[in-house]
Design a protein around this ligand. Structure first.
Ligand SMILES: *[C@@H]1O[C@H](CO)[C@@H](O)[C@H](O)[C@H]1NC(C)=O
Ligand SMILES: *[C@@H]1O[C@H](CO)[C@@H](O)[C@H](O)[C@H]1NC(C)=O
Ligand SMILES: [Cu+2]
Length: 458
């Protein structure tokens, strides 16, 4: 609380420079999956992040808080507003605004001309610890228990954070964990379960926000651990921005898929409106409202869209099997054997501690556990059916390439079919596990499997 008084005076001037809506948006910057960037661009982005953490190049707008840099100002803003902007309807628009702020400063102060790269965690759901994103070349891996869980590889080992979790050192900490127990790797949602969650979130903004904040989003924070685990100061870890760009992307996709709901804003429990204020302390002079952030192209700093993402090179679409399928000449493929390699990894529960940190009520915790159980049923269904998704290749092939629009159509259709079938099959509660409409389900599944197998034939 002692930080508030000084902050109130800070940066009226700055609020003029960060404009939303003032200029129209004609050429959105494209936010790309980190692996879509060339190595030169990956390095440029990391250099820009380092520039924002450099007190000479990016001195704090708000030094009376103890902050030294613009990067730390944003950590502070996140901390100040943590209670209002998590586990609440404001979660999505508030973070959309925060990301647009760092994007603005990366550009205006540190020469980064692209959008914030995102981390499509589903691509790494099988073995996130092997992801090139968490490699020593880029963001680094797990913390070292012998060194207070500080990260000891990657490009951010020399960072000194200002706003720390009381009692911990001021490095960036990570603690890959499952329910606060050390584990081999973090647990991330796979693409089939995520797609099924998407299908389950078509009824309202509230359902989407609730499902995506409580599961894929919290799961990443909870299982990367360390700074990411502490809701107030999680932006200390630069992974925060890649992670939240993907959360934001899922909202963008949901908005595109559900146009009638795209601009709606509501909650199960409290009455909210799109005129509700959002607080950023160091920008926008307390004028920001939810409505500013409902689209990604409303103008000024809100002017971006998202790329299609990446696929491992092994999953080339441009092959005879896929082309035959596209032309309608493909024979019905024989059922694929279920190999260990093709099994999607189920998720582990989100840490109780993490949910407690975020003040989840008993009812909300039950909701998280139900969602987890749903995801795992979907995953089991996909595995039993012999479904092969691109996730299963992620840790064996680190050669990535952009996904084309054509491929997106096939990929989305395939995931959507299998997720829909799984959703219907798992809709009836256990015991029994009786599909609600076996014929409909098997038709969808057959179609999905055909696409899936064609896609994965080399
Ligand atoms: C994103 O914006 C760029 C222009 O900056 C445009 O070429 C592209 O088509 C847009 N993509 C989508 C999906 O709207
Ligand atoms: C959790 O509740 C405590 C006590 O009411 C509050 O101080 C804290 O800010 C809350 N944390 C979050 C993340 O909402
Ligand atoms: Cu947050």
């Amino acid at each position: 609380m002692r930080f508030f008084s000084a902050a109130a005076l800070a940066l009226l001037a700055l609020s003029q420079t960060v404009s939303v809506l003032a200029q129209s948006c004609t050429a959105p910057v494209v936010r790309r999956e980190f692996r879509e960037l060339s190595d030169v661009d990956k390095q440029k982005f990391i250099d820009a992040l380092k520039c924002l953490r450099n007190p000479q190049r990016s001195p704090s707008f708000n030094p009376s808080t103890g902050s030294r840099t613009i990067y730390d100002d944003l950590v502070w803003v996140h901390r100040q507003n943590a209670p209002q902007s998590h586990n609440s309807p404001a979660f999505l628009p508030w973070h959309r605004g925060m990301l647009s702020l760092i994007e603005f400063w990366l550009k205006s102060n540190c020469g980064w001309t692209g959008g914030i790269p995102y981390w499509d965690w589903t691509l790494d759901s099988q073995a996130p610890q092997n992801s090139v994103i968490l490699s020593s070349k880029w963001f680094g891996g797990n913390g070292n228990p012998a060194q207070q869980n500080c990260i000891t590889n990657g490009q951010f080992t020399d960072v000194r954070t200002v706003f720390t979790n009381p009692g911990t050192s001021n490095c960036i900490h990570r603690f890959f964990n499952v329910n606060n127990q050390p584990a081999a790797g973090p647990t991330l949602i796979n693409s089939v379960a995520q797609q099924a969650l998407m299908q389950n979130s078509r009824t309202s903004y509230a359902s989407f926000r609730n499902n995506f904040e409580s599961q894929p989003h919290n799961m990443v924070h909870s299982s990367i651990g360390g700074d990411m685990f502490i809701v107030t100061i999680s932006p200390n870890d630069p992974l925060f921005y890649l992670h939240h760009a993907n959360v934001d992307r899922m909202w963008y996709i949901w908005q595109k898929n559900n146009p009638a709901l795209a601009l709606t804003y509501n909650d199960f429990q409290v009455a909210v409106t799109t005129n509700d204020p959002l607080q950023y302390n160091i920008a926008w002079g307390n004028q920001a409202v939810v409505a500013w952030f409902l689209t990604t192209t409303s103008g000024g700093t809100m002017c971006y869209n998202y790329s299609n993402g990446v696929a491992p090179a092994a999953l080339q679409f441009d092959n005879a099997a896929v082309n035959a399928l596209r032309s309608g000449a493909a024979p019905k493929p024989a059922p694929a054997p279920v190999m260990a390699k093709t099994q999607l990894k189920p998720i582990d529960p989100i840490s109780d501690l993490s949910l407690q940190h975020m003040n989840f009520t008993k009812a909300e915790i039950k909701n998280v556990r139900d969602t987890e159980a749903f995801s795992n049923k979907v995953t089991k269904f996909a595995n039993d059916a012999g479904f092969v998704s691109h996730d299963v290749f992620a840790n064996t092939d680190n050669k990535w390439r952009p996904v084309t629009d054509d491929e997106v159509k096939v990929r989305d259709q395939m995931l959507s079919l299998v997720a829909d079938a799984a959703k219907e099959a798992t809709a009836k509660p256990a015991p029994g596990f009786q599909p609600s409409d076996p014929t409909k389900i098997s038709t969808k599944l057959e179609a999905a499997l055909a696409l899936s197998r064609a896609w994965t034939l080399a």
